[in-house]
Write a protein that binds this ligand. Structure first.
Ligand code: FES
Ligand SMILES: [Fe+2]
Length: 390
């Protein structure tokens, strides 16, 4: 295990400092187009959803979760939300690989382990073929009945996966070594920011999967503008934030933003990371469908798994600096989890996405209208369009 993350021993990246300075000085570049629109059909058209599945979710690397979801060597877990049965395994040396959860003998599902499970190997329940955590076929009962079987060629089917900045990225619908996608733009550009946040050394406090009756992009939209914070979140977190004091930039296909919290940035040493995090909340929209929100002392990672045009699973992971050791710490984190996962995301943001889906499905409006505080949404949709046109 890594040492617990200590924000006082880490430093913000230049980009994180730059966005904070733009919030403080009011110098964030503003989009010249004040009003733009998004067609309602991109959220409601079933054919469009299938195209997004093919061009985005079956083609590009996506975030599977934080590395600390599988923290210990010699562990395995399953994940079924991405439309392929995934088996994540971290071997004795700590190397993570992801395989399809299907036996090479007759295809049987091998493991049901939604939580990380310690195991030296995987044994198929049907005829007990056994596999190492590196996916290699180790043993076949009654081997004389399989004359000529090439065991080295009968390992589990691996999918392309990478770890960087404390996140696990993978391409669940591709095959490792045959048609792996380019991970450069996925894992590269923001890893330094995530290392500064200490993602890979944090403790996974809780995870929960929400079933949201909305198109996946309506959920992304809620994390691409700060316009709603003082309105939708008026009874929860609005009091912590300035209204619309924000700065952001585009990093490859992803977006990074900083939102100023009340208290003001004047006089704050922007290189003092704990002080900076108390006064700025950073959010990251990782293309295509992951959101990371860095609160002052914890991080929420939300992984969106579209299931249908109007249905999305969202797995919310809350990472904290270290496992709580006393009752006071336990109560503190339980309160943060209830506020963010229960109320802000679970009830308010996802509730707004569901209400949006119902309204759009009625055909009431042909286009959604975006103001100057919502241009992050426009940029995101332009990135989606560009990817679909490839
Ligand atoms: S199907 Fe797995 S051992 Fe037969
Ligand atoms: Fe929100």
């Amino acid at each position: 295990m890594n040492a617990p993350f200590d924000p006082a021993r880490s430093a913000p990246t230049d980009a994180q400092i730059r966005l904070a300075a733009q919030c403080r000085d009011g110098t964030a570049p503003r989009d010249s187009r004040d009003i733009s629109t998004v067609p309602a059909s991109v959220y409601t058209d079933a054919g469009r959803f299938l195209l997004e599945q093919a061009k985005l979710f079956h083609a590009l690397p996506v975030v599977i979760g934080p590395s600390v979801m599988l923290p210990q060597p010699g562990t395995a877990m399953t994940q079924d939300g991405f439309g392929a049965p995934l088996l994540l395994m971290r071997d004795a040396r700590g190397v993570l690989r992801i395989f399809l959860n299907a036996c090479r003998h007759r295809g049987t599902r091998l493991v049901d382990a939604p939580e990380p499970t310690e195991t030296p190997m995987v044994i198929c329940p049907y005829h007990a073929w056994s596999y190492g955590l590196d996916g290699q076929l180790k043993g076949v009962p009654r081997p004389e009945t399989f004359p000529g079987l090439q065991k080295p060629a009968m390992g589990l089917v691996e999918i392309p996966a990478r770890e960087a900045g404390g996140l696990i990225w993978a391409a669940p619908h591709r095959k490792a070594g045959i048609d792996a996608p380019d991970f450069t733009l996925a894992v590269g550009p923001l890893a330094a920011d995530f290392d500064a946040l200490g993602l890979g050394a944090m403790h996974l406090y809780a995870r929960r999967t929400h079933k949201v009756a909305s198109n996946w992009k309506l959920i992304m939209d809620a994390f691409l503008e700060s316009y709603h914070v003082q309105r939708l979140h008026r009874n929860s977190i609005a009091r912590f934030f300035e209204d619309g004091v924000t700065a952001g930039d585009v990093v490859g296909p992803h977006m990074r933003s900083a939102v100023a919290r009340v208290g003001g940035l004047d006089g704050v040493d922007l290189a003092d990371w704990p002080a900076l995090r108390r006064i700025v909340t950073y959010a990251y929209q990782l293309f295509p469908a992951t959101v990371l929100v860095a609160s002052p002392d914890y991080v929420n990672l939300m992984v969106l798994m579209p299931q249908a045009v109007g249905e999305t699973l969202v797995e919310d992971f809350m990472l904290i600096p270290e496992a709580p050791t006393d009752e006071k710490a336990k109560a503190h984190w339980a309160k943060s989890w209830a506020l963010l996962d229960g109320m802000v995301f679970g009830t308010e943001d996802f509730g707004a996405a569901q209400a949006g889906q119902r309204g759009l499905a009625s055909g009431a409006i042909a286009d959604l209208t975006l103001g100057s505080l919502e241009q992050g949404i426009r940029r995101f949709h332009e990135t989606v369009e560009a990817q679909l046109a490839r």
